[in-house]
Every structure is written in C-alpha cells, then in structure tokens.
Design a protein around this ligand. Structure first.
Ligand code: PGA
Length: 246
C-alpha cells in the first residue's frame, strides 16, 4: 500500500526562525518511526532553508513550499521561482483558497503554476473546494479541470489534489468524512488511480480518525493543527494506526 501524505501548511503561523527550528525538529523526530505515512511540512518561504537542513537528517519528513511563481526568472519582485523552490522542496501548495481570496489567484494562474511546478519536478498539491456548504457541488471539479489543462496524462500520477471546502478551513467546522469520501471518488475520475487525494479543513486530533477510516482519502492537508508539533505528530500516528494493514 502507498504511504499516505500528511501535509502541514504552517501558513504564516510560525513567525521566527527559532520557532521554525523547534517545530521542524520536533516533527522530524516525532514522525521518524511512524509507518504508512509521509509527513510534508510547508513552512513560510523564509524558513525553508533552515527547515530543509533539519529535515534532511530524517527520512520521513519532506518539505513543501506554500506558493511559487509560474515565471522561472526575471523582474518579478517578491516572487519565488519554481527553480529556486526545487532546490529545497519536493512539494508545492497551489491554488490554496487563501491565495485565491487574498491574492486574486485565478484558475488560469493555478494552471500555469501547476505546469511550472511539473516542469521542474516539484509535486503540486492542487487545492480545490467550494465556498459555501450549500453551494452547487460543481466548483471543485471545475477548478480541478482548469488546473489540469495541458497537463499530460502521464503526469497525473505526479500530482496531489487536496479537497478543501472553504467553509471548513480554519473554522472548526470540518466536513463529514462520508461526504468527503464521495467527493474524492468523483475527483478521482479527473486524475490517475494513483493520484493522492487529500482532505483539508479544520482537521484536528479528535476528527482525524474519521478520515483515516475512509480508504478513498489519501491523506490530509492540515493548517492550524500543523503548527503545533504534538497535535501534528498525534494526527500522523492516528492515521498510521488506522491504515496499518498488518
Ligand atoms: P485548517 O487549514 O486546518 O486550519 O482549517 C487547512 C488549510 O488551509 O489547508
């Protein structure tokens, strides 16, 4: 069985190098012997190099970046090229709802970033999700279709999708696991049988097991709880135990 991905999006929660150092070291040590999962931590870009150094000393934890430019080099003040990101990271979060909402990222931008990531060998974690709980269920599928335009079929197994209903992010209103499993099954029609499809949105220690029990779900994208080492490690362990096939 493939390892599940437990991705921690630190967002802008960790605001000093010292804190980033402590958090990365604790996570690296805490998940070192946890089977069936691969932990991916996505620190703020400024702490990437520090965190990459720490993580290098443990095989279980990988690095992701929270955003990239679709341009590779040139006069783009404040941007991070996918080529630069690839030096330190294996994964990149693309199309997170916060970037769509606060930075005006469109489906076209998301698509260009996905293509740029694949070109340099970064694995894109493409975020999709509908805004309102009672909105038509078509939004995430349309977002994913747009994100995958011109992506060659043989590259689909090299991407990760994160289903993140926007109403569930940072609200403590996590989506029902049964419902998530159904959406994941439908999203799978657009990708490869091996593509990991994660769930994200108010994942906490006390609800992680409900998602782990749904085999359709390939892992988690965790925001708030990923910036607390003990919570993140506990969630990794809960997931691992539930997916232990021995
Ligand atoms: P949350 O964030 O776990 O704090 O809800 C999830 C995300 O934004 O990826």
């Amino acid at each position: 069985m493939k390892n599940s991905l437990i991705v921690g999006n630190w967002k802008m929660y960790v605001t000093s190098t010292a804190d980033a150092h402590i958090l990365a070291t604790s996570i690296r040590n805490g998940v070192a012997d946890v089977p069936w999962i691969e932990a991916v931590i996505c620190p703020p870009a400024l702490w990437l190099s520090e965190v990459a150094e720490i993580v290098k000393k443990g095989a279980k934890t990988k690095i992701g970046i929270q955003n990239i430019s679709y341009e590779t080099e040139g006069a783009f003040t404040g941007e991070i090229s996918p080529i630069m990101a690839k030096e330190m990271a294996e994964y990149v979060i693309i199309g997170h709802s916060e970037r769509r909402a606060y930075c005006g990222e469109t489906d076209v931008d998301v698509n260009e970033k996905v293509l740029a990531a694949l070109k340099v060998g970064l694995t894109p974690i493409i975020c999709v999700g509908k805004k309102k709980k009672d909105a038509a269920p078509t939004e995430p599928f349309k977002q994913l279709e747009e994100a995958l335009k011109n992506v060659p079929k043989n590259a689909l197994k090299n991407i990760v999708v994160a289903y993140e209903p926007i109403w569930a992010i940072g609200t403590s209103l996590n989506a029902d696991a049964e419902y998530v499993a159904k959406v994941v099954t439908k999203l799978r029609e657009l990708v490869h049988t091996d593509t990991a499809i994660l769930y994200g949105g108010s994942v906490k220690v006390d609800n992680a097991l409900s998602y782990a029990k749904k085999r359709e779900i390939g892992g988690l994208l965790i925001g708030g709880a990923s910036a607390k080492a003990n919570d993140f490690i506990k969630i990794c362990k809960i997931w691992s135990e539930a997916r232990d096939i021995k």
